[in-house]
Design a protein around this ligand. Structure first.
Ligand SMILES: [Ca+2]
Length: 77
C-alpha cells in the first residue's frame, strides 16, 4: 500500500531526467524502485506495466497512469 504522496516521491525518484514521465530505461536503472512499483501494481515486469498503462508514443508512463495502475490493484491509500 502507498499514499499518493509516497507514489509521487517514488515517481520523482524514478524520473531521473525530470521530464515528468518514467521510461523503460528509467525503470531498469532503478531495479529496487521498480520492485516496489511491481508490488504496488501487482504487475511483475516493467514491460507489462508500460504496455498496459503507457499512453505515450514513446512508451513511458506518467504519474497519473502509474496512479491508475496502483488504484486498480487496490493499493492506493
Ligand atoms: Ca523521465
Amino acid at each position: 500500500m502507498a499514499t499518493e504522496q509516497e507514489l509521487q516521491a517514488l515517481f520523482n525518484t524514478l524520473d531521473t531526467d525530470g521530464d515528468g514521465k518514467v521510461s523503460m530505461n528509467e525503470l531498469f536503472l532503478s531495479p529496487g524502485l521498480s520492485a516496489i512499483i511491481s508490488s504496488e501494481t501487482g504487475i511483475t515486469s516493467p514491460q507489462e506495466l508500460l504496455s498496459r498503462y503507457a499512453s505515450n508514443e514513446d512508451g513511458s508512463i506518467t504519474f497519473e497512469e502509474l496512479k491508475q495502475a496502483v488504484k486498480k490493484a487496490d493499493n492506493l491509500t
